[in-house]
Ligand binder design. Structure first.
Ligand code: GDG
Length: 446
């Protein structure tokens, strides 16, 4: 097929729904499809059905190259090593990572399979663009199979500090995998620095200045490249009369609150949904007599439901929602409107348009696109973004957002209170700064 650019990611950017392929929702896909559309691009990834082997096919102007994963691969590679070991370890070990040798063996095996699929379709001088923590060994395997390939690697999640990364029994293998790329890029400067420190310690890398490091005689470029969003897409949706009308109706259906506070996250323990609920609880306790002027909406998108830590989180979050609603609800009003489902993009934007305050409070997050999408959807230039200082997005949005430490419940409750009472001039001034930043550093800039 001789593709000039091959994106390699855990999943293909499409899924099978109602007898046809459709483009999947999500930040990564929205970021890369436009770029591949402009060139002769291919995408290597899992097709989404365990045990199924599929032939390559075209969709969205992209050659889709499916990689087969068995039930066992999925269990040990995806739910095991990726989401039971790497995900928690790379997010400051907010949940204790599990280390199992059979998970690691599956990680090696599956990474090799992705690399083989790349080698089959790539032009000898093509570019392979490997995405994310599931495929950190792929650069090395691709280099073995197709030595002339230019290889870029992008990590969407944080790269941890050396003190945490050192726990990984296979730390040297992972670093060797990553350092086989020509360019290794991260969401934040901090992640890039963490990576360089690890490469120095475990591979004897020698920094050469200007973001390059010499690893055994090969120069590797290490970059910060914070991901952006397709701002126009959100702008257009938010500006459409249908969505404006739906947003107004939504506020009415929610009992016309003075202020609508919104959270939108995958139901993941890194996102700080539970700390957010504690802060809302604190706030309600302070002002129980006029609490019904506010409404807190939490969209919790189901994710990784077979991993025990995610099942526990769901139980905890839903227990808290039930308890808080049970305590404060009155006829016709309850403080928390909780949705455990994925919404069509139009509905998501409707919530962004309807919300006065957006709560983005991860304990650790690579970037957080929801924060940027909210800003891009605020075409009235109003609205307040409360943003965790542990989200990569804080590095770009610190001027306009209200930054919070999500571990400080009292501080978070105080900040929500400041947002609720903020004067309109300050809201508009802050939102203008945010919108300028999100528009400038958009997905095409990335
Ligand atoms: C990883 C990193 C990094 C959410 N709910 C619905 C929905 N979404 C979309 C959002 C957004 C995306 O999913 C979530 O992106 P985030 O960035 O917030 O978080 P992760 O999923 O953890 O993504 C993260 C990102 O990769 C990109 O590099 O920013 O740090 O963890 O685009 O809009 N979309 C629809 N319905 C929903 O209910 N349609």
């Amino acid at each position: 097929m001789d593709s000039r650019i091959v994106v390699v990611a855990n999943r293909l950017p499409v899924r099978w729904a109602d007898d046809r392929w459709e483009t999947s929702p999500g930040g990564l896909v929205r970021a890369l499809v436009p770029i591949l559309n402009e060139r002769r691009g291919a995408w290597v990834g899992w097709g989404g059905v365990a045990g199924e082997t599929m032939e390559p096919f075209g969709h969205d102007g992209i050659d889709q190259i499916p990689v087969a994963l068995s039930e066992e691969d999925l269990e040990d590679f995806y739910f095991g090593f990726c989401n039971g070991t790497l995900w928690p370890l790379y997010h400051d070990a907010v949940v204790t990572p599990d280390f199992h040798r059979h998970w690691w063996r599956a990680y090696e095996r599956v990474n090799r399979r992705y690399a083989e699929a790349v080698a089959e379709v790539i032009d000898p001088d093509g570019i392979a663009w490997v995405q994310d923590y599931q495929l950190q060994l792929a650069p090395q395997y691709i280099r073995d199979l197709a030595p002339r390939t230019k290889i870029g690697f992008y990590l969407h999640i944080p790269f941890p500090p050396v003190e945490l990364f050192s726990r990984l029994p296979w730390r040297t293998d992972i670093l060797r995998g990553l350092a086989s790329a020509d360019v290794v890029a991260f969401q934040t400067r901090r992640s890039a620095e963490n990576f360089i420190r690890c490469v120095r310690r475990y591979l004897g890398g020698v920094p050469q200045g200007q973001g390059t490091i010499d690893v055994g005689g090969r120069l590797v470029r290490v970059q910060r490249a914070p991901i952006g969003i397709d701002v126009d897409e959100f702008h257009q949706l938010a500006a459409s009369p249908e969505i404006q009308a739906k947003a107004a109706r939504l506020r009415e259906d929610l009992g016309k609150p003075d202020k609508l506070i919104l959270g939108v996250d995958r139901l993941d323990y890194t996102k700080g949904i539970d700390v957010r609920l504690k802060a809302v609880d604190t706030l309600l306790a302070w002002s129980a007599e006029h609490a019904d002027r506010y409404e807190f909406v939490q969209v919790a998108v189901p994710t990784r439901e077979s991993v025990p830590a995610y099942q526990e989180l769901r139980e905890r979050v839903e227990g808290m929602v039930g308890r808080i609603n049970g305590e404060y609800a009155r006829p016709g009003w309850s403080p928390i409107h909780y949705l455990h489902r994925s919404l069509p993009l139009e509905d998501l934007v409707t919530y962004y348009v309807a919300a006065d305050i957006m709560l983005v409070t991860p304990l650790r997050d690579g970037m957080n696109l929801v924060a940027k999408e909210y800003v891009a959807s605020r075409i009235d230039h109003d609205g307040v973004l409360i943003l965790s200082e542990f989200a990569g997005a804080a590095g770009q949005l610190h001027n306009g957002a209200l930054l919070v430490n999500p571990f400080d419940i009292q501080g978070l409750a105080d900040t929500i209170h400041s947002a609720l009472t903020m004067k309109s001039e300050e809201r508009l001034a802050r939102m203008r700064k945010l919108r300028r930043c999100v528009a400038r550093q958009n997905v095409f800039w990335w």
